[in-house]
Design a protein around this ligand. Structure first.
Ligand SMILES: Nc1nc2c(ncn2[C@@H]2O[C@H](COP(=O)(O)OP(=O)(O)OP(=O)(O)O)[C@@H](O)[C@H]2O)c(=O)[nH]1
Ligand SMILES: [Mg+2]
Length: 447
């Protein structure tokens, strides 16, 4: 709902040096004037744009907080509306009290992403850039941030614009053929152009798949019988002594979860209790939790002790169907090998650090189709965008099949128009309300 004045806390909840309550809308400065007292009694409405003022927020006659207020007049603001930012003391109570004062003075609490939605609707940023903003805010690793910044720079937008232009050119040529059949333009001459367009879409889709992993992250469960070195492996990934390590089998009783970055992919690692027939109730619960961790993981790392003969529990784990990719790690490779060669197993020493880079590499190549994610291969896309790319690819494929089976040119043109439609939606043309809601609802309140 445009036109009213919205307010929200724009800094994270919790204790901090400062907190910012942001207002946007035609009455932003009016609302701020109703809650702000400057030492000399000067109103904010009389102040110039892009200036900062010292004073107090006052509600129901008493001082709520000491603040610095920025007055930013339309259109040179984030939303292109009048914006006021009230910098108050950080912390839940102070920011909350200032927000309450703003609401009491006539502002409405902003919805999730509503500031950015206004920036989009007022034409300051494209939909593409709005999404990039969200990805920047959400980035968990340097790679995620780089990919988001690239997107904000318009790389994806220009790739789509190029695709669309080339697609339009093909459609135009095809229409000549439809309008003037006597000219006898060879329709199958269009095949190489369509194939190259399809290849470009496929590449974007593959990069989008890599982006999905960088954006959403992965969950990896570390499993194995007791004492093989699962906790040591978790600690090695984190480079800190997070989980207790001891020579006693059955050391880890509960699951221990921690997030690490593996090659720019945020990974939630779950260290689990050693799997064996439990000796007491607590261990039984630990084993149950370990099994549950395996079920919600994207990848299972099965750890064996290379320095000890294979036990029945190891065999049972090796022959089990995990329903997700499984990676076998033979730990303690600093000691003598008691297992002998095994297919597709990686030798590591969690304690000494040997083989860990190879393990990281293997994890990424198992989960990321198309190789190890990097700045040049990662494209951050939303589900609906991946969907539209798929629609464009399917339509092109049908167009190619139609040409190959010598169908009439108008059928080919129809498929190509479907591909054009999908790429148009990717450019933010005719995007439906529900997609807009979907995008902006992923933002936090205050962004
Ligand atoms: N030599 C050697 N010892 C290791 C290595 N990794 C772990 N250990 C030792 O193996 C013992 C068990 O390690 P943990 O990491 O606690 O094993 P775990 O699999 O978590 O064991 P539970 O929690 O009991 O299931 C400890 O004494 C570790 O120091 C390794 O790479 N080389
Ligand atoms: Mg352990």
């Amino acid at each position: 709902m445009l036109g009213d004045t919205i307010a929200a806390i724009s800094t994270p909840m919790g204790e901090g040096g400062i907190g910012i309550v942001r207002l946007s809308g035609p009455d932003a400065i009016g609302v701020a004037d109703r809650l702000f007292r400057s030492p000399r009694g000067v109103s904010l409405s009389s102040r110039k744009s892009h200036t900062i003022h010292y004073g107090h927020v006052v509600a129901a006659g008493s001082v709520v907080d000491e603040v610095l207020v920025s007055v930013l007049r339309a259109p040179r603001t984030y939303t292109r509306e009048d914006v006021v930012e009230i910098g108050c003391h950080g912390g839940m109570a102070a920011t909350r009290a200032v927000l309450d004062a703003a609401l009491a003075a006539g502002a409405r609490l902003a919805e999730r992403g509503e500031f950015t939605q206004r920036a989009f609707q007022n034409g300051r940023i494209s939909l593409d850039q709005a999404q990039a903003v969200l990805d920047i805010v959400r980035a968990q690793t340097p790679l995620g941030l780089e990919a988001a910044v690239d997107r904000l720079g318009g790389r994806f937008a220009s790739a789509i614009a190029d695709l669309r232009r080339d697609l339009e050119a093909v459609v135009a040529d095809l229409e000549v053929e439809i309008d003037f059949p006597d000219l006898d333009v060879a329709v199958d001459g269009l095949l190489p152009r369509l194939r190259s367009l399809a290849a470009r879409i496929d590449e974007l889709r593959a990069r989008g798949e890599q982006g999905r992993i960088v954006r959403e992250g992965l969950t990896i469960a570390i499993l194995g019988r007791p004492n093989v070195g699962k906790s040591t492996l978790l600690n090695a990934f984190l480079a800190e002594e997070r989980s207790i390590v001891a020579p006693t089998p059955g050391t880890t009783r509960d699951t221990v979860e921690e997030v690490a970055s593996i090659g720019g992919v945020p990974v939630r690692l779950i260290d689990t209790a050693g799997l064996r027939p439990p000796t007491d109730d607590v261990e039984a619960e630990g084993v149950r939790r370990a099994e549950a961790a395996a079920r919600r993981a994207d990848l299972v790392i099965l750890v064996l002790d290379r320095a000890a003969p294979l036990e029945d529990e190891d065999r049972a784990l090796l022959s089990r169907d995990w329903s997700v990719p499984r990676l076998v790690v033979r730990n303690k490779c600093d000691l003598d090998d008691c297992l002998g060669p095994m297919d597709e197993a990686l030798d590591v020493s969690a304690r000494e650090g040997a083989g860990l880079d190879a393990l990281r590499h293997r994890i990424l190549s198992l989960v990321a189709s198309g190789g190890i994610p990097s700045r040049n291969t990662v494209l951050l896309l939303d589900t609906w965008e991946r969907d539209l790319l798929r629609r464009a690819a399917d339509a092109l494929e049908r167009a190619i099949a139609a040409i190959q089976s010598a169908t009439t040119p108008d059928i080919v043109a129809e498929e190509l128009r479907a591909a054009l439609q999908a790429t148009g939606e990717l450019q933010g043309i005719d995007v439906s309300e529900s997609i807009l809601d979907q995008i902006f609802s992923r933002f936090c309140v205050g962004k």
